[in-house]
Design a protein around this ligand. Structure first.
Ligand code: ZN
Length: 246
């Protein structure tokens, strides 16, 4: 039987922040493996997810327009997942914005093969085919460009989730304007896509969650796990912070 028939999968269903319960939070929806820059194999991730009692897991590998290995990756995920019936497993990708209109660095073939697509800002395009140097940009410039790229994806790109919102500004400057977070959440609601609660990037998770409580967007939960010990970290952090109805 074709591996794709068995365990694949519907798309993940995202709920709005105020509807999050224990079951909805018991997921890990951003994971990287040795197929790209992660440290653990697909099988090791599945085993750890089972041990940690996760209900659902998305492998969201980094891709580029020219990525040619995606179907082999998907086959490995689906065939490995057969032995883990307790887990709902999704195949996905993380792809970056190429411009402020929402163009993504991913092929249609890969998009078609995904259950979940995370759109992210990783680089800041200079509009001439190259990229700006983060070191030359102020906090305000970085945040402004990141915001424009994010809004472009939210409005136009074939994504399910805006991944690590504000991530580049958070990594480089430790912060991202609340007004931008708010505008992004509001825009995701209009298109009914999810915004990610990302435990790896968010410098002030309680503040981000307070905004989620207010705007009530659809949310995705991702640790951006690159190592086994990071798997399920976002769920654990949310539980620590007392998020979620019983
Ligand atoms: Zn990323």
């Amino acid at each position: 039987m074709d591996a794709q028939e068995k365990k694949s999968t519907s798309k993940p269903v995202f709920c709005r922040f105020r509807e999050l319960g224990r079951a909805e939070m018991n997921v890990e929806l951003q994971v990287h493996t040795t197929w790209t820059d992660g440290q653990a194999t697909v099988l090791q991730i599945l085993q750890a997810a089972k041990e940690r009692g996760l209900g659902a897991l998305a492998f969201t590998e980094h891709v580029r327009e020219e990525t040619a290995w995606f179907h082999d990756f998907k086959d490995e995920v689906l065939s490995s997942a057969r032995d883990f019936d307790v887990l709902q497993v999704y195949v996905g990708c993380e792809t970056k914005a190429l411009d402020a209109d929402g163009r993504l660095d991913v092929s249609q073939q890969v998009l078609d093969a995904c259950d979940i697509v995370l759109g992210v800002v990783h680089r800041l395009p200079d509009g001439r085919g190259g990229y700006l140097d983060f070191k030359q940009l102020s906090f305000e410039q970085t945040a402004d460009i990141e915001f424009q790229l994010s809004i472009g994806m939210i409005r136009n790109a074939p994504i399910d989730v805006l991944g690590h919102p504000g991530g580049m500004s958070l990594r480089r400057h430790g912060r991202f304007p609340e007004a931008y977070f708010r505008a992004m959440m509001t825009a995701t609601l209009e298109r009914q896509i999810a915004i990610e609660i990302n435990s790896s990037y968010l410098a002030d998770m309680p503040a981000f969650l307070a905004l989620c409580e207010e705007v009530n967007p659809f949310v995705s939960i991702g640790s951006d796990a690159h190592r086994l010990n990071e798997l399920g970290r976002c769920r654990d952090r949310l539980l620590e912070l007392g998020v979620g109805r019983l």
